[in-house]
Design a protein around this ligand. Structure first.
Ligand SMILES: [Zn+2]
Ligand SMILES: [Zn+2]
Length: 293
């Protein structure tokens, strides 16, 4: 699998010269499967530039983790939405409150939008994610509800012998002690277990987290402890706080690498998500010291 980050920011777009290296667009990741097909993870503002890159007759699957604005805001500016030859399937969490289409339409409708979903010229359909795994192209997808505010999913995508897990908004440490809790009490444990790459929430530095307990996001050490507990081989820290400029994220990255080494991992396997970055995801043999326990 190949992955491209189109938006790594959380909460709200954060443009500006001090954000240029990590980028200001909100959550959007493109996965290219071994078969050549594409899956888009979330539709934050990063999906706009992704859409400019798509050429003839786009057939697009978009997996939404949840409907917070930083994960859907780019939809209305996704160029294929305005192409009659585009076929777009949007997958997202079910809710007893309203259908996925009706919930997304609260954003793509007056007075927030000049167009309504039914007016889009593309062929768009909305699908609740199924409770059991399903196929998209050559990939097997599984999702699970995880600890965040409102119905929120993480995704596990397996293509051949490679697995990545995407959990951009997650507070697994809420109400639990990650370092020594039983696996069944850790949100997202089965979903992320032994992933070759885990893309995970790292909204806060450790000294910021105590002021944000219950906001639905992770401090740096909690992100790493979660990754270590599930046996993830490689970690891409994601969903950067809009206040975190490039220099701050460089320092957070260095601290994360030191912490990962203390947990027994290879410090080079912790990366900071950066807009425009392309990563090849390959199966990784488990090194000593990182277990799935
Ligand atoms: Zn978010
Ligand atoms: Zn959220």
């Amino acid at each position: 699998m190949r992955l491209k980050v189109w938006g790594a920011r959380g909460s709200v777009p954060a443009p500006g010269p001090e954000m240029n290296r990590y980028g200001g667009n909100t959550s959007c990741v493109e996965i290219t499967l071994a078969s050549g097909e594409h899956i888009i993870l979330d539709a934050g503002t990063g999906i706009r530039t992704l859409g400019l890159d798509l050429t003839s007759s786009p057939h697009v699957n978009i997996l939404l983790t949840h409907l917070h604005l930083d994960h859907i805001q780019g939809l209305m500016f996704f160029p294929p939405c305005f192409r009659a030859d585009a076929d777009i399937t949007i997958w997202g969490p079910a809710s007893p409150e309203a259908s996925l289409e009706d919930r997304v339409a609260r954003y793509i409708s007056a007075p927030l939008s000049p167009v309504e979903v039914r007016e889009l010229p593309c062929d768009v359909s909305f699908r609740d994610t199924p409770p059991s795994e399903w196929q998209l192209g050559s990939a097997t997808i599984r999702c699970e509800a995880i600890n965040h505010r409102g119905p929120t999913l993480g995704f596990r995508i397996t293509d051949g012998d490679t697995t990545l897990c995407y959990i951009p908004d997650h507070e697994p440490a809420l109400g639990t002690v990650l370092a020594d809790n039983e696996p069944e009490w850790i949100s997202g444990y089965d979903l992320a277990r032994d992933a070759d790459l885990l893309i995970h929430d790292c909204q806060y530095a450790d000294d910021e987290y105590p002021l944000h307990v219950g906001w639905g996001h992770s401090g740096m050490t909690d992100s790493l402890t979660f990754a270590s507990r599930v046996g993830a081989q490689r970690l891409l820290l994601f969903h950067h706080d809009p206040l975190h400029a490039d220099g701050f994220l460089d320092d957070l990255h260095a601290a994360a690498r030191r912490r990962w080494a203390e947990l027994g991992g290879d410090s080079a396997s912790v990366e900071m998500a950066r807009e425009g970055a392309v990563l090849d995801v390959e199966p990784v043999a488990a090194p000593a010291g990182i277990s799935g326990a």
